[in-house]
Design a protein around this ligand. Structure first.
Ligand code: CP
Length: 350
């Protein structure tokens, strides 16, 4: 049966735990040379569409799928026809193919589809002013692909969510604390400085999934960097269900106190959406939010995590990134194992 992984919250917690346990088991099997323990996905095909650049997402999916002997089609959407995502429009403009047709056609060639389409990731923030935040937050490309594809769809990062990153982050924490041991651990997601206005998808997923797993989640950010209220509401419901907590603070030191995991991430101020010069001026006030060793000293010897790519000595200092408590490389590696678990789950081979 078709199962779409868009925010991650579509799946029950028990299924997310199964996927992560599978990822951990595959990693261990490969370490021991027991490759026969990996699922055999011969004759299965996964098609991955990229509208934005990627290093980890693309290569981790491709490597993981090859380890399971699946075929992989990778296409930059810029190499195809331009997709129309709006239903019922008269297509007499520049867009040549409706997603309704493309999604159903790709579904004939493939067993799982993935899409990375974040219109908030651009080389120049000024390009973002073409769409309103209200229209971008509807996440039409991934939602319409999922609506019309007849096979399971994986969100490889949209405007609102990056659930594959969150899945790998959770796997990395489960490896250290255990699947039930993550419950009630103090997990801090801190805003960090950056020269560019970055999207909200990753931070959204980075507080939603730990809340689903019952962690005590604290999000620290300067004023004006509030995250999307619908995602916050969803995460609060999930935290309540799992016995976790979710709180927000503008006091970074207070957040770090007693933290067991610190995740750094920058994101744009939606207060200034489309007015990027003003956003930049506001963002520039908070250069003292860089994560450094002195701040990490406030924690309970916390692990440090970042999704990468990272601007060294802007978001976080070299000292923290290269410390023994830094998990950045393991986290990136786990993209591959966790996604292998996800694809095996979507193909009913777990
Ligand atoms: N973290 C992450 O998604 O990396 P890429 O953008 O390189 O895929």
């Amino acid at each position: 049966m078709k199962k779409d992984f868009i925010s991650g919250a579509e799946f029950p917690l028990s299924e997310l735990k199964r996927i992560i346990s599978a990822g951990i088991a595959y990693k261990q099997a490969a370490l021991e040379g027991r490759y026969e323990a990996l699922p055999d996905l011969s004759h299965k095909i996964v098609t991955l569409l990229f509208a934005n650049p990627s290093l980890r997402t693309r290569l981790s999916f491709e490597s993981g799928l090859k380890k399971m002997r699946a075929g992989v089609n990778i296409m930059n959407t810029g190499d195809s026809w331009q997709f129309e995502y709006q239903d019922g429009v008269v297509m007499d403009g520049g867009k040549q193919e409706h997603i309704k047709d493309a999604a159903r056609v790709i579904s004939q060639y493939t067993d799982v589809l993935g899409l990375r389409n974040s219109e908030l990731i651009t080389t120049a923030a000024s390009q973002n002013s073409v769409s309103s935040y209200e229209s971008l937050r509807a996440d039409q490309p991934i939602r319409q692909l999922a609506k019309y594809a007849t096979k399971s769809v994986i969100n490889m990062e949209s405007n609102m969510y990056h659930p594959c990153q969150a899945l790998a982050d959770m796997m990395t924490m489960v490896e250290r604390f255990g699947v039930d041991g993550v419950q009630k651990k103090k997990y801090v997601l801190t805003w960090a400085p950056h020269p560019k206005a970055l999207p909200l998808a990753t931070p959204h997923s980075q507080f939603l999934m730990p809340a689903m797993f019952g962690m005590n989640v604290v999000v620290a950010h300067p004023e004006g960097f509030d995250l999307d209220p619908e995602v916050v509401a969803l995460a609060k419901v999930e935290a309540e269900k799992s016995g976790g907590t979710l709180s927000f603070t503008q006091d970074q030191a207070e957040a770090f106190s007693g933290a067991e995991v610190v995740v750094a991430k920058s994101w744009a101020s939606m207060r200034y959406f489309g007015r990027w010069d003003e956003e930049k001026t506001h963002r520039a006030k908070f250069t003292d939010w860089t994560v450094d060793a002195a701040k990490m000293q406030l924690t309970r010897n916390a692990y440090f995590m970042h999704c990468l790519p990272v601007r060294r000595n802007v978001v976080v200092t070299d000292e923290v990134l290269d410390s023994e408590r830094s998990l950045i490389i393991q986290e990136a590696e786990n993209r591959m194992w966790a996604q292998m678990g996800l694809v095996a789950y979507l193909l009913d081979t777990l």
